[in-house]
Design a protein around this ligand. Structure first.
Ligand code: ADP
Length: 397
C-alpha cells in the first residue's frame, strides 16, 4: 500500500504530546509533504501557546524519543518496506530548532544493512554499576577544548535534572582540578574506594588529585591502562544518568582501553574549524567506528568570535567541523564561540557561570551550551533505542 499523508497524520495522532493530548489534536503538525516513500513533517511544539517563543526545555530534551515514536508509528501504519522521513521541529517563528532524519527499514531482514563495516563493540565490555549512559568525549588534537566541552556538557546535563559524573580520563594532562576548582579539596578514600568530588552539581574524579600536581605524568602503556581502569572501577559513582569521560587527545592506548573495557553509549568528537584539527578528528572518529562505538556527534569549538562591537568574527573558518561531520555522515551537535568569559570561568574553576548570561559575556554562550546539551540528549536517546531495537537509524542535524 503506498504511503499517504492521511496515514502519516493518523500515525501522528497516536503520538502523545508532552503536555497532554496528541500531536494532531494540539495542532502541532504544520505540514506533511510526501514524495514516493519519502516524507517530510513539520512540527511546532509551542502551537497553541502564542506567548511561548521557544519550545519548552523538557520538550526539547524529549525530542529524540518523541521523533522515534513518530517514525515507528508511521512505519507501522503504512506497512511499506522502507520510509525516508525528515522531521523539522520548529519554534514559534518557524525557525528549525532540530532536524531529524531517518532512513527506516520496516522489514525484519534489512535493519542492519547500513553498517556492514562497523565492528561490534567488545562484548566483554561491562557497564559501570548504577550508571545508565557512559559517554566519551574525544578529540584528535590537544588544545581544541575537549575538556572544556566535556565539563560544560556535564554541567548542562545536570542543570536539566540529570545525575552526572565526570571522569578525567586525560591522565597525561588532567585539567579537571583547575576547571572544576578542586585545588583546595582532598581526595577521599573509603575502604580503598575513591569518593568522587561533588562540586557544581556534578560528581567528578581525576588523576590530577591522586598524583603530585608539580610532577610530570609519564605513563608507560600498561601503567596508563591500569590507572584508567582503576579510576573507573574504584570510584563509588552511585546512581548516575550520565558518566562523561574526558579522554586524552589522539588515538592512543587510553581511548582504546576505554572502548574495549567499558560499555559506552557513544562518543562525542570535539574539533575546531581548521583543516588540521579536522584531519585528526577524522582519525579519532575512525578509531571509534572501528571499535564499534557509536559516534553521537561532532562539536565545533572556537567556531567564531563575537567582539565587543557585537560583530561576529570568523577566525578559524566557521563551519569547518560541521562540514566534516556531514562528510562523515555524523550528527552535528552544535558550535561554541571563542569566548573570553568561558576561558576565564574555566580557569577560575567556575563552569556554571558559562550558563549565566551576565557572567558569560552575553546570552550567546549559554544558548549555545543549552542547545548542545539538548542535541546530545536527543542523540543518546536515539543511540539507546537503536541499540535496543536495531530498528530505525536516525541522524540529527
Ligand atoms: P583540550 O582538552 O582539548 O586540551 P581544553 O578544554 O583544556 O582543551 O582547552 C584549552 C584552553 O582553551 C583552556 O584554557 C580553555 O579554557 C580554552 N578554551 C576552550 N574552548 C574555548 C572557547 N570556546 N573560548 C575560549 N577559550 C576556550
Amino acid at each position: 500500500m503506498p504511503l499517504t499523508k492521511e496515514l502519516i497524520n493518523d500515525a501522528l495522532s497516536g503520538v502523545a504530546h508532552p503536555d497532554g493530548g496528541d500531536l494532531v489534536s494540539r495542532d502541532c503538525v504544520l505540514n506533511i509533504a510526501l514524495c514516493s516513500d519519502d516524507a517530510s513533517v513539520r512540527i511546532c511544539y509551542t502551537q497553541g501557546h502564542p506567548d511561548q517563543q521557544q519550545p519548552d526545555r523538557n520538550a526539547l530534551s524529549n525530542m529524540g524519543k518523541f521523533a522515534e515514536q513518530v517514525i515507528r508509528a508511521a512505519a507501522k501504519a503504512e506497512g511499506v518496506e522502507s520510509l525516508g522521513l525528515i522531521i523539522d521541529f520548529v519554534d514559534h517563528a518557524g525557525q528549525v530548532v532540530l532536524k531529524l532524519k531517518s532512513d527506516t527499514k520496516t522489514s525484519a531482514e534489512t535493519p542492519k544493512e547500513k553498517q556492514p563495516e562497523q565492528a561490534p563493540q567488545n562484548t566483554n565490555a561491562a557497564g559501570v554499576p548504577g550508571v545508565k549512559h557512559i559517554i566519551a568525549v574525544g578529540a584528535g588534537k590537544g588544545g581544541v577544548g575537549k575538556s572544556t566541552v566535556a565539563i560544560n556538557l556535564a554541567i548542562g546535563l545536570a542543570r536539566k535534572g540529570h545525575s552526572v559524573g565526570v571522569l578525567d580520563g586525560d591522565i597525561y594532562g588532567p585539567s579537571l582540578p583547575t576547571m572544576l576548582g578542586l585545588q583546595a579539596l582532598d581526595q577521599a578514600v573509603i575502604e580503598s574506594t575513591l569518593q568522587p568530588f561533588l562540586v557544581h552539581g556534578i560528581k567528578s574524579i581525576t588523576m590530577g588529585k591522586l598524583v603530585d600536581a608539580d610532577k610530570p605524568l609519564i605513563w608507560r602503556g600498561p601503567m596508563a591502562h591500569g590507572a584508567f581502569t582503576q579510576l573507573i572501577e574504584r570510584t563509588q559513582w552511585g546512581e548516575l544518568d550520565f558518566l562523561i569521560i574526558d579522554l586524552p587527545p589522539g588515538t592512543g592506548d587510553v581511548p582504546l582501553t576505554l572502548a574495549q573495557s567499558v560499555q559506552l553509549t557513544g562518543a562525542v568528537i570535539v574539533c575546531t574549524p581548521q583543516k588540521v584539527a579536522q584531519d585528526d578528528a577524522v582519525r579519532a572518529s575512525k578509531m571509534f567506528e572501528s571499535l564499534g562505538v557509536d559516534r553521537l556527534g561532532v562539536v565545533e569549538n572556537m567556531s567564531y568570535f563575537i567582539g565587543d562591537d557585537g560583530k561576529e568574527y570568523d577566525i578559524f573558518g566557521k563551519g569547518g567541523a560541521q562540514k566534516m561531520a556531514q562528510n562523515l555522515g555524523l550528527p552535528f551537535l552544535g558550535s561554541i564561540p571563542i569566548n573570553t568569559a568561558l576561558r576565564r570561568n574555566m580557569d577560575d574553576g567556575n563552569p556554571t557561570k558559562n550558563f549565566e548570561a551576565d557572567s558569560a559575556g552575553g546570552p550567546q554562550l549559554p544558548a549555545a551550551l543549552e542547545q548542545l546539551t539538548d542535541q546530545l540528549i536527543a542523540q543518546v536517546t536515539l543511540a539507546s533505542m537503536n541499540k535496543s531495537s536495531q530498528a530505525p537509524t536516525l541522524s540529527i542535524s
